[in-house]
Design a protein around this ligand. Structure first.
Ligand code: ZN
Length: 420
């Protein structure tokens, strides 16, 4: 793996081995992430009144706990489903406070360390790293994903190209896969990115699944052949490469990038709140993708961004309550996509404008793409609705990706027709 430049981290190499040892020997001495989540909990609460919101925000600011949902404390208001990861040492203070304030809560995850260890599927430890038998039903480290991209390009050069569109804050290349039969004729394109938020591991797993399905079924599935003949897919399996790497080596629940913010003395920026008109203070990852999309804006007809968790398919606007000009076409595409998704395993997704379906938030990639002329801009919030949260077990990668694939194919085929 020397072609990637960065030496493989010892911790990242150690983790799968650690799990394997743990499962085979049942020794109990070997815990990923240094056992740092032992005794941590994830709880869910829904403040019912303004007083409860105020009280919760107060204790949140005092304890600085990790919010899983919504993505920022400012979005917590009456009726907001709020999931909080509480470290063991803050658990008693917070739970006593909530009981005192009569704020009802339920425990979603009793012991987070156990949940982290259960995320990985025991049966599939074999083949975790072999490229010829690349296993799409496990989570892969950044190094594995990058070698896999290189391998696809080597083995299927007529359909796959790999290139870098820039470098991350820590200097890692930002790789893109281009899928589609090469043609000199004008082709429309679909952009797909996964892993803007580091801890949402199911996103990168889906991007890899999509590439595999596309290449596997190109010859046998007429719909896929049509898609790859008439379109290019630009796929960025890991957008926030530094954050994703960090979520493997240090903190499973890291969300942001890894840039240094001297003004606030903290690390990282939310790469989905950083899409602005002026780029002077932007993250290098965001700027690289925005530059690429602007250069290809005549071709790129759809922008799809993959997140977790909520089971939603969102479209603009996110930053204001207003109806987009091509609402009819976008809504029908979304409606059909969630219907197709549900046909696989009965999983229900909500869909609609992000401002109404989720909450008002500004500076995200979907709104930016739409404002920059990409008529179909969607954000997927994949499984689940909180049972496992960011720790969706590997055994659920296959059903999640299979159903999501149906939705993405549906949206893509919709592009190739003229919208009624
Ligand atoms: Zn996200």
């Amino acid at each position: 793996m020397k072609f990637l430049g960065k030496p493989r981290s010892h911790t990242a190499a150690f983790l799968p081995l650690c799990w394997l040892l743990l499962k085979t020997l049942q020794s109990g001495h070997c815990h990923p992430y240094g056992n740092r989540y032992a005794g941590d909990k994830v709880i869910r609460l829904t403040p019912r009144t303004e007083e409860e919101v105020f009280a919760f925000k107060n204790i949140y600011r005092r304890l600085q706990v990790d919010l899983w949902q919504p993505s920022s404390i400012s979005y917590v208001s009456e009726g907001t489903v709020t999931d909080v990861h509480i470290p063991q040492n803050a658990s008693r203070t917070l739970l006593t406070f909530l009981q005192g304030a009569r704020i009802q809560y339920t425990v979603l995850i009793e012991d987070l360390q156990k949940a982290v260890e259960n995320e990985n599927n025991l049966q599939t430890q074999r083949n975790r790293r072999s490229l010829s038998e690349y296993n799409y039903e496990v989570y892969h480290s950044l190094e594995d994903i990058q070698s896999w991209m290189y391998h696809l390009n080597q083995t299927q050069p007529s359909l796959v190209q790999v290139f870098s569109i820039g470098r991350s804050y820590e200097g890692r290349p930002l790789f893109i896969l281009q899928l589609g039969r090469k043609s000199r004729a004008y082709k429309k394109a679909v952009w797909i990115d996964c892993g803007i938020h580091a801890r949402e591991w199911i996103g990168p797993a889906f991007c890899q699944w999509f590439a595999r399905e596309a290449l596997l079924t190109y010859k046998t599935d007429p719909a896929m052949r049509k898609m790859l003949n008439h379109l290019y897919f630009y796929i960025m399996p890991v957008f926030n490469v530094d954050g994703y790497h960090f979520s493997w080596t240090h903190d499973r629940f890291w969300r942001k990038t890894r840039s240094r913010n001297s003004r606030f003395h903290c690390r990282g920026v939310d790469a989905n709140r950083n899409w602005k008109v002026k780029w002077c203070e932007s993250e290098p990852e965001v700027k690289a993708v925005a530059d690429f999309l602007r250069q290809h804006r005549k071709h790129v007809r759809a922008y799809l961004s993959f997140h977790a968790y909520a089971q939603m398919l969102l479209y603009p606007y996110s930053y204001k309550h207003a109806t987009i000009p091509n609402f009819g076409c976008v809504e029908i595409a979304a409606h059909k996509a969630v219907k197709a998704l549900r046909s696989a395993h009965g999983i229900r997704y909500r869909h609609g404008p992000a401002s109404q379906t989720l909450y008002i938030s500004s500076g995200n990639s979907m709104d930016w793409a739409y404002k920059n002329g990409i008529p179909y801009a969607f954000a997927f919030e994949l499984r689940d609705t909180g049972q496992f949260g960011f720790l969706l077990p590997e055994m659920l990668i296959k059903p999640t990706c299979t159903e999501t694939m149906l939705a993405v194919k549906n949206i893509t085929l919709h592009l190739l027709k003229k919208c009624p």
